[in-house]
Design a binder for this molecule. Structure first.
Ligand code: UDX
Length: 444
């Protein structure tokens, strides 16, 4: 089957490569010539385990190609996937739909045959219907162009696995031509459906809401455990044991109950804000006011971490801080809304000398936060430090030898911002350990 993927950012590049891997002939389309040149040369412009091999394999097999020409895209296929970014608007909560709209503006006038456009981007509910009307107004094929919604649930670091073996496939369709759209979706995802992947066909609004609701739920789960972590700190309890104990209940489950410095990245923070903004526009703002608290709890964990540094070191001004981790999570070079970088920035603003090391995210960090002191290794970042903060749970940090690091730092104080270290191992060799939501075992 021939298809295009419009937008070759994180989501689009992954989707294009994985669809080719399933055997389809795929054309990736973007306006960014530099990005296209890299992809066409088999280079993925961001870090995602396993993706580069898939891109290279499918380029060589001739199933994957990239172009900047919308005319070529319109001629090449009658099934298109829209996968451009929907970032948070500057100074507002709402999503910025400029990229989505501009793809439709570019493509619609060139469509002259019956076509299905599957939107994959995370959008405010109502967008698909609006785009459908727009495309039918602008396209020579008019009523024969259908906009459907096929939300994407991939996680960074597991993007290939999540795309090739999704938990579920959801297709939102407008009422008019739902059979045609469903047939197209079943053909695209034939191999996953053969593996019994759950397949749901819904109306457009439900499909759009499924995505933001899933992300809102995940964010709520994290902020729930982080709120409990605050209580644990006040009461002298241990949130790690508490999370394990409540997680044995199947209805609660163990996943996404890791307390720490909270969530970041290009999805959860902006999606809950855009969801609140859209609910407000629809007159349902009261329904989602709890998400404001979810956001507040999340941001509070960052300030709390800064406070722990102050408590442990007596003052922040002049303190030498080593920050291990800049990416918003491990196995990613993404620093969008990264809690780690935010904490590093707050500490620097308050007068600390902050040295940062991350295995993959230094280049991206330098672009958005050029004033921090970036180092090339754990040892370089920790040299003569008064306190070490582990803020992203990279394996390189969870397996580091605390005995060796004792000789590198000035004072052995460790703050485990992800509760990912073996506390006993660090304390046994003489470190003063602090986790989040853990008030036992302090020696400060
Ligand atoms: C998320 C959703 O999981 C995915 O389904 C959706 O498609 C996009 O948004 P992603 O942003 O890649 O994916 O990251 P995720 O693994 O969900 O982690 C988000 C943030 O939450 C990270 O900063 C992570 O460190 C944090 N987190 C996660 C916690 O603090 N505690 C947890 O228990 C889990």
């Amino acid at each position: 089957m021939r298809l295009t993927v419009l937008g070759t950012g994180y989501l689009g590049a992954t989707h294009a490569a994985c669809m080719a891997e399933l055997g389809h002939e795929v054309l990736g389309v973007d306006v960014d010539a530099a990005k296209l040149a890299k992809l066409q040369a088999g280079e993925v412009p961001f870090y995602e385990p396993g993706l580069e091999e898939i891109v290279q394999r499918n380029l060589s097999a001739g199933r994957l190609r990239f172009t900047s020409s919308y005319q070529e895209a319109a001629d090449f296929a009658d099934v298109h996937f829209l996968a451009v970014g929907t970032p948070q608007k500057r100074g507002e909560y709402a999503a910025d739909l400029t990229h989505v709209d501009s793809v439709i503006d570019s493509l619609a006038p060139l469509i002259s045959k019956p076509t299905v456009i599957f939107g994959k981007s995370t959008v405010p509910v109502g967008t698909a219907e609006r785009l459908g009307a727009l495309v039918r107004e602008r396209s020579p094929a008019r009523v024969h162009v259908e906009v459907a919604w096929n939300p994407e649930f991939l996680r960074e670091g597991y993007a290939v696995r999540d795309t090739l073996m999704p938990d579920r496939i959801v297709i939102g369709v407008g009422s008019a031509t739902s059979d045609r759209v469903e047939r197209a979706a079943r053909e695209v995802y034939a191999s996953q459906l053969a593996e019994d992947c759950p397949f749901m066909v819904t109306d457009l609004a439900t499909a759009e809401l499924v995505k933001v609701s899933a992300n809102a739920f995940l964010a709520t789960k994290i902020s729930f455990i982080n709120a409990i972590a605050e209580v644990c700190e006040a009461a002298g309890a241990d949130v790690r044991l508490l999370a394990e104990a409540i997680g044995y209940d199947d209805r609660i489950g163990k996943k996404f109950l890791k307390a720490g410095i909270g969530f970041g990245g290009g999805c959860l923070p902006k999606d809950i804000r855009a969801f609140m903004a859209r609910a407000g526009e629809l007159g349902a703002d009261e329904a989602l006011t709890f998400l404001r608290e979810v956001d507040n709890i999340n941001v509070r964990r960052r300030t709390k971490t800064v406070e722990i540094v102050r408590q442990m070191c007596g003052s922040i001004l002049g303190t030498r801080v080593a920050v291990l981790g800049a990416a918003f999570k491990p196995d990613s070079d993404d620093v969008r809304d990264s809690p780690a970088l935010n904490i590093a920035g707050q500490l620097q603003l308050q007068g600390a000398a902050v040295a940062v090391y991350d295995p993959k995210a230094i280049e991206n960090s330098k672009r958005i936060f050029p004033t921090l002191d970036y180092q090339a290794s754990i040892d370089d970042a920790c040299r003569n430090a008064d306190v070490v903060l582990v803020l992203t749970e990279w394996e390189e940090f969870t397996t580091v030898d605390p005995g060796h690091l004792m000789d590198v730092v000035r004072t052995p104080r460790i703050i485990d911002g992800r509760n990912c270290l073996d506390q006993q191992r660090w304390m046994d060799v003489g470190w003063t350990y602090r986790g989040l939501g853990i008030s036992i075992g302090e020696r400060a």
